[in-house]
Design a protein around this ligand. Sequence first.
Ligand code: G3I
Length: 397
Amino acid sequence: MTLRRWIAAGAVAVATVAALNVAPAAAGRPYDPTRQSLRDLAQRHGLHIGTAVDTKALADPADPRYRELAGSEFSTVTAENEMKWESLEPTRGSYDWGPADQLVAFAAAHHQRVRGHVLVWHNQLPTWLTDGVVDGSIGTAELRAILRDHVTAVVTHFRGRIWQWDVVNEAVSDPWDTPATLHYKGFWAEHLGPGYIADAFRWARAADPKALLFYNDYNIEAFGSGDPANDKTQFVYEMARDLRARGVPIDGIGSQGHLGTQYVNYDTFGVSAALKRFAGLGLATAFTEVDVRSQLTEGVRAGDSAEINPRLQASAANFGVLLRACLSSPHCLSFTLWGFTDRHSWVPGWFSDPPEGLATVYDENYRPKLAYQELKAELIYSGPPFVLPRVPQRPHR
Ligand code: G3I
């Protein structure tokens, strides 16, 4: 950290606090930061706070609070499903841009940036594509051309309107997969080999010179053993280092941040260290899909506070760890929640045995939970010298 940056950061912080103090005081009310939105509080750090958006909920006139909060609390949005391949091109050659375009328009109306999710993933592919590969009517050369055309068409359609693209998502296996040694997994690696990753970044860059291009994955919040055979963060780190060394235009690493109160207890220092190591490769970072789920035991479902409260506390602690770590690295540009209310969360639909939920920062009736208050507190009470404004990332060519 240079002296100049410290001084500049201090000046920005003082000016921002002064500005925040002046406006409400002039309106005759003392300034109360707890009344500010997450997005306004994050702005002081140059950080963008985002959410994945369920576009059906956004359009539901019976659920106006969803739209209100999506527009007021967040400065970036991600389509939870509408930019995935099965949504955009359900029939070969025929794109349906409607729902994704509506979200991009919503973002523009609310002065929000958009994270594009996702160009290349093995899930939520259209059946015409997967069936064609299985029945042999789509061969390897054609598959590669289809992927190139898809990346090009989608990035071109949204050119200039997407801040960060998740270009490749979840390409790496987990220790519980077979074989246990970490490897490139899934549809694309199986049919095209791992070279598709570099290809996808190059095609995306050719279609939009300004968007930041991210690799996005889960379980890469902190380093483990340091052995890429079983430490997924290390595997992804080496992949990113290799892509950078070969001049592939990757700009960032997205760490999804799907945590559970029954799993690993991450600490801020470990998560912060991981973000800083990725930054050392010349990459931006972002938390892209943060939520912290819990098992819904009988006691939780019966409303027993002895079972509910420890989960709410653990959840808040985990949200806090990730946000604090992000704030600690000036290259961590955004912090996106994977949904903001338990009323609309992917978790209960996915984890039913045992049932899981309570994963977001507002309850089902849009009451802010402890996690929401702690995120706010973190944004309010952190600042220089250890938390500095974000360093903008320049897209690599
Ligand atoms: O669109 C159909 C709808 O027509 C139908 O009536 C309904 C009946 O089940 O299903 C709807 O599709 C569902 C879709 O979400 C939209 O709601 C799918 O069944 C369901 O599988 C799909 O789940 C999404 C999941 O990705 C699929 O992989 C979740 O909403 C979404 O939150 C989740 O997001 C992923 C990220 O993209 C990548 N990282 C992990 C994250 C969580 O799994």
